[in-house]
Design a protein. Structure first.
Lengths: 117, 114
């Protein structure tokens, strides 16, 4: 295990539902990330938090709303999603964020497999 | 345009055989290159990281090479095992102003059969 946990592991939701994904890291890291992984596409960075402050928002639709209450926990709140939002959502953490999110190795959780019906 | 291309897209080999996966990139200015292994239903796990000055780096049965002149990297797996069945993703880091960002490849799906 990498020290990053995600719940739930699987989620099926209708387009009118509201749900939340949770991520927790036990590595003492300062930066946390949300990624979307769809079939036939490379990983897409969604959000980056550094010391609980959002530092990157990669043009993500407002139906995805991140929350970082402390440096160990990260949430992704979902509402009125579309079928094309079905994907594997990965959370990651890194030691720090200074000089950009490509500077430090990222440790990934197992992901949440989301299906929007 | 910054891009990372991996080949082959998928590969099937017999247990015990060797294989080589390729990564070509057009990312500039280059910072470093990582190879990740992603098991089905799991998150990626780092195998190696290579900087501009490194040509070869090994991690057990995994050996990565980097040719910064031709902008190519390879991942060689020796004496494959069933547990090597996974997706292998090449990730290149580049400098964008004062920030360092990542470009992810699509990955090579490797199946090791008994």
């Amino acid at each position: 295990e990498t020290g990053v946990t995600q719940t739930p592991r699987h989620l099926v939701m209708g387009m009118t539902n509201k749900k939340s994904l949770k991520c927790e890291q036990h590595l003492g890291h300062n930066a946390m990330y949300w990624y979307k992984q769809s079939a036939k596409k490379p990983l897409e960075l969604m959000f980056v938090y550094s010391l609980e402050e959002r530092v990157e928002n990669n043009s993500v639709p407002s139906r995805f709303s991140p929350e970082c209450p402390n440096s160990s926990h990260l949430f992704l709140h979902l509402h009125t999603l579309q079928p094309e939002d079905s994907a594997l959502y990965l959370c990651a953490s890194s030691q720090d964020y200074r000089a950009g999110w490509g500077s430090y190795e990222q440790y990934f959780g197992p992901g949440t497999r989301l299906t929007v019906t | 345009k910054n891009q990372v291309e991996q080949s082959p897209q998928s590969l099937i080999i017999l247990e015990g055989k060797n294989c080589t996966l390729q990564c070509n990139y057009t990312v500039s200015p280059f910072s470093n290159l990582r190879w990740y292994k992603q098991d089905t239903g799991r998150g990626p796990v780092s195998l190696t990281i290579m900087t501009f000055s490194e040509n070869t780096k090994s991690n057990g049965r995994y050996t990565a090479t980097l040719d910064a002149d031709t902008k190519q990297s390879s991942l060689h797996i020796t004496a494959s095992q069933l547990s090597d069945s996974a997706s292998y993703i090449c990730v290149v880091s580049y400098n964008a102003g004062n920030n360092r960002k990542l470009i992810w490849g699509l990955g090579t799906s490797l199946a090791v059969n008994p």
